[in-house]
Design a protein around this ligand. Sequence first.
Ligand SMILES: Nc1ncnc2c1ncn2[C@@H]1O[C@H](COP(=O)(O)OP(=O)(O)OP(=O)(O)O)[C@@H](O)[C@H]1O
Ligand SMILES: [Mg+2]
Length: 387
Amino acid sequence: MFVKKVRLTNFRNYQAAVVELAQGVNLLHGSNGQGKTNLVEAINLLASLSSHRVAGYGPLVKQGEQSAMVSLELFHEDRDLLLEYEINLDSPNRARLNKSPVAKPKDILGYLNSVIFAPEDIDIVKRDPTNRRAFIDQLIVQLAPRMLGVYSDYERVLKQRNTLLKSARLTGTKGDALSTLSAWDESLVNLGSEIIAARVNTAEKLSPGLISNYQKIAKTNNEPRMFTKSSILGSLILTGEESDDTEYLETGDREEITKLFREKLLRIRQKELERGITLVGPHRDDLVLILGSLPAKGYASHGESWSYALALRLASLEILCQESRFGDPVLILDDVFAELDADRRVKLAELVRNNEQVIITAAVIEDVPESLIAKRFSVVAGEITND
Ligand SMILES: Nc1ncnc2c1ncn2[C@@H]1O[C@H](COP(=O)(O)OP(=O)(O)OP(=O)(O)O)[C@@H](O)[C@H]1O
Ligand SMILES: [Mg+2]
């Protein structure tokens, strides 16, 4: 499958733009701040309905406007498919599939898959758990679009439960508040367990590809491994940032996870009431990345961290290639060659050039290996032209 046409209206710095992309390699070039990343962000957005750069939708709408539209024409085995997504600041977002409105935006997921490599990927290795959770969650949503509903339901339950805990803390805990809390516990555990199980199982699927791709890129026998550190384990409370315990969640079995989650919640009930916040659940978990015998975060060199991040993306690409119903995912390389040394550039080019569609952005064309220079576009101040 590949993206044949992109149409943007009031998206980021684009007022109205149309671009026809080719199967195979496409190169978007232009100086800094012209709209290269904005364009690939729009494409990637329609694969998981989340941006790889920001958490909310607000920044995606052109400044001064109320709504934005991203429309993508896809082509797969002689057939066209049109996905349209309208982002509204003051009302719910809406989507259309082949011009017909769908009940929920998530109904347009599952047709387009994409994997994006971006300079921010280094954060997956080097920074806080939020980055690693976002990485795996975006992959999960592509593999199983219905999970998007599970994530938003979980967020909603978490918010409600936190409000309740906070008011229980302020007013003192009485019978009524506690019984309402138990009702929220059930939803939190059910939805949360589904998310935790999906993360453990997806991390397991990623593992072989992570190891093989890391070794291809980094030319070393140092082995990358991934583990789930979960707040549902043990007696301790994860701060959401650092903690040195090394107890990892081994099971991806939903029932076992549900049981652990429920027990932990009861054990820390008193602490939750004292603190007025939900202390257990997938929102407090982390994916621990190990290289050799040390955590990658805080120990791996800059080059090793980059190889790690690339290997995670390449492993995601392999899984999506195997599981996608519509052929290869669209592969996006946003400004990554500038970050890599000559050796890694050539290796990455080798690994990706046969993908059905590759979209590359670069401010300096010379950074892009020659084997990847194909159809070119230039991007200047929100206008895209064919070279
Ligand atoms: N909501 C918005 N409304 C208007 N302009 C925006 C909005 N969001 C981002 N921009 C502008 O879009 C411009 C282009 O951003 P983009 O990240 O696409 O640049 P780029 O071409 O990828 O540059 P670089 O080579 O530095 O990565 C920026 O100058 C930014 O200020
Ligand atoms: Mg950019």
